[in-house]
Design a protein around this ligand. Structure first.
Ligand code: SF4
Ligand code: SF4
Length: 146
């Protein structure tokens, strides 16, 4: 998995793909911005083309695509969700993109599963400043950059 640069994630959401099924390729045809291509046998979202719409994250049958955004000191993650949607303001746990244990995040947006999608989408933020989670937010982006 390749993470976009911090500079790119500060500009807005970008898809990050951790595909377990290289033969599938549903996400390639699902992206209306031709942002996803195959690199080293795996789908990869080009951060220069991705507009962060989330279409690929909702349609991937493996739930393997997330959207990341970085704020000053914090992080936002949009991820596929199964089951009853959480309320805005609820706390959920999310797995950092760079690996490691789950961290708490506050739900700021949720969209139900659309008819042709595989998952609903939930967006949550890891708070900034004066919160231990802020360090965790930075950990999202410490590894795998390019
Ligand atoms: S839709 Fe999901 S499982 Fe299929 S190729 Fe894309 S990332 Fe892999
Ligand atoms: S988030 Fe939207 S623009 Fe980006 S790769 Fe997924 S479908 Fe394409």
């Amino acid at each position: 998995m390749i993470l976009p640069s911090k500079e790119r994630l500060l500009r807005g959401r970008a898809a990050v793909i951790a595909c377990p099924r290289e033969e599938c390729r549903i996400c390639l045809s699902a992206c209306g911005f031709t942002a996803i291509r195959i690199e080293s046998g795996r789908p990869y979202s080009d951060p220069d083309k991705c507009v962060g719409c989330g279409g690929c994250a909702a349609i991937c049958p493996e739930g393997a695509i997330r959207l990341l955004r970085l704020t000053n000191g914090g992080a936002e993650i949009t991820f596929p969700y199964e089951g009853e949607l959480p309320e805005l303001g609820d706390t959920v746990t999310v797995a950092p993109a760079a690996g490691g244990g789950p961290v708490p995040a506050r739900v700021v947006w949720a969209a139900p599963k659309r008819p042709n999608a595989a998952f609903a989408l939930v967006r949550a933020v890891i708070p900034e400043t004066d919160d231990p989670a802020s360090a965790e937010a930075q950990r999202f982006f410490q590894e795998g950059e390019h």
